[in-house]
Design a binder for this molecule. Structure first.
Ligand code: PLP
Length: 503
């Protein structure tokens, strides 16, 4: 049985793949990076990838596919209905998850749209450990309340608690008894918990969630985007799982649920695709009717048949233990290198990304100066490395009135099978340089932003020293800002004023 161990435990493990096709890495000059960032409105999502040297924006849809996946593409049988590629895709999803009803979607959010359109209503409550941003947006789009109930340990960035992805079961019981089965159409557990640091959910916790769901008669669904990494981390951290294969562990998690949404762009190692799966046939039939409306006929669901083939292969490769040992090992090595450069990170390290604690790294920036985004932009300017803010820009209310304190993080997500140790050393080195002059990193203000998922499209600009002085330090104790002092272009400053005035 392959346990992901090196061939010889005394030798350093080599990468478990060798390179067949190469792609040049862009090396823009500092002047080019500056110009690109200005054009992008200080929003890393707006940067052209051709101006990025090491791209850690996401681990989603950016995996290197295997030779077996590429040959699967050629086998794709492009038919509107009844393609054999769908049969192979369905068989792989059934084999890995055990769910009999399988609906392909163009990506994870396609599955979310269909699921919440079928199950959620205005006034519904959907509790979860921490909903991903598109999940939350779809729940809210259906008129329901997305209720995050992370384990209390998740809020302590430095805690070594091994399962910070867990759901707070006592809080869930309170929420379900208040809402009742009529208003709580499902509970959704995201594994790993991307938004809360990429931490795993323990099997014990999922069992408790299941029994709470049973007591209240509420179905349990999984967001299974990173099901294999969750299983790997669970086995590393839970002695009760030692000796079991990752495939068995992953299946034990799925066996506790009534269905799942899945973005196949993560653990399933493809560049496009997702699925929705159910145990219940009647529910699946309802979902298929909605699927046709948004995604396509139920045997292609918005995907080319060749994509279905690549997912079928990728889902099985996701459970390869040598691959998981290497992948999770890369994340841990980057985290350790950053910490030894004096960069505080969320502990323990998760499965797909290192989350830098930008709020602690840049104590001179208040949440309204978006420390995660400011650090991300500084990192890009320094070395052409791109991460993503997970903090007040991503989760703050569009009108700036959301006063909840939240971790201010910069996520460095590692694409699967793409970068090697030299790329990650380069990233650690760039951080070492930033650490030496962190006080000089300026905050940002929003120039324009949409109401939904604003971090994707917002335009920002560095705060001028005069503006920075207004929003620096302990922002909760700041005196109100004169709303008339901000001119039409300074919406962030106006938002802060509104926040202050309403309190
Ligand atoms: C946990 C989780 N759920 C859902 C999604 C949405 O998936 P997609 O980007 O394929 O729509 C993501 C994407 O990053 C995710 O991380």
């Amino acid at each position: 049985m392959d346990r992901g161990r090196p061939v010889d435990a005394e030798l350093p493990p080599p990468d478990p793949w060798r390179v067949k096709v190469v792609e040049p890495v862009p090396f823009p000059t500092r002047a080019e990076r500056q110009a690109a960032l200005r054009r992008a409105g200080w929003n890393l999502f707006r940067l052209p990838a051709s101006k990025v040297t090491v791209d850690l924006l996401t681990d989603s849809g950016v995996s290197a596919m295997s030779a077996a996946q590429w040959s699967g593409l050629m086998r794709g049988e492009e038919a509107y209905a009844g393609s054999a590629s769908f049969d192979r895709f369905e068989a792989a999803v059934r084999e890995v998850t055990g769910f009999p009803e399988v609906l392909p979607t163009h990506q994870g959010r396609g599955a979310e749209k269909v699921l919440f359109e079928v199950l959620a209503r205005p006034g519904s409550v959907v509790p979860g450990n921490t909903h991903f941003d598109t999940t939350r947006a779809h729940i809210e789009h259906a008129g329901a309340l997305a209720l995050d109930l992370p384990a209390p340990e998740a809020g302590d960035l430095a805690s070594a608690f091994p399962f910070k992805g867990n759901l707070d079961v006592r809080a869930l019981e309170r929420a379900l008894s208040r809402a009742g089965a009529a208003r709580a159409p499902l509970v959704l557990v995201t594994m790993t918990n991307n938004t809360a640091g990429g931490h795993p959910v323990s099997l014990g916790n999922l069992r408790e969630v299941r029994s709470a769901c049973d007591r209240f008669g509420v179905p349990l669904f999984l967001d299974a985007a990173r099901f294999a990494e969750n299983a790997w981390l669970a086995r590393e951290r839970d002695p009760a799982l030692r000796g079991r294969t990752i495939r068995e562990i992953a299946r034990t998690y799925f066996d506790l649920a009534d269905g799942c949404t899945c973005s196949a762009k993560k653990d399933a190692l493809v560049n496009a695709g997702g699925f929705l799966a159910f145990r219940d046939r009647a529910l699946a039939e309802k979902a298929r009717r909605v699927l046709v409306l948004h995604e396509g006929f139920p045997t292609y669901g918005g995907l080319a048949a060749r994509d279905l083939e690549a997912i079928a292969v990728g889902l099985r490769e996701a459970l390869d233990e040598r691959h998981l040992a290497h992948r999770v090992g890369q994340v841990h090595r980057l985290g350790e290198a950053l910490e030894s450069a004096g960069v505080p990170c969320v502990r323990p390290f998760g499965g797909h990304a290192v989350f830098v604690d930008a709020g602690t790294f840049l104590p001179h920036l208040s949440p309204f100066q978006f420390p995660g985004q400011a650090l991300g932009c500084a990192l890009y300017l320094e070395a052409g490395v791109r991460g993503v803010e997970v903090g007040s820009l991503m989760f703050g209310a569009p009108n700036g009135t959301d006063s909840r304190p939240r971790p201010e993080l910069l996520r460095l997500a590692i694409p699967r099978r793409v970068y090697n140790a030299s790329h990650l050393d380069y990233v650690a080195h760039a951080f070492r340089r930033l650490a030496a002059r962190r006080e000089a990193i300026a905050g940002l203000r929003i120039l324009e932003a949409g109401d939904v998922l604003r971090h994707f499209t917002a335009r920002l600009a560095p705060l001028r020293p005069a503006d920075a002085a207004r929003v620096r330090g302990d922002w909760l104790s700041l005196p109100p800002i004169d709303p008339h002092a901000a001119n039409g272009r300074h919406r962030a400053a106006r938002s802060i004023s509104r926040f202050r005035l309403r309190r």
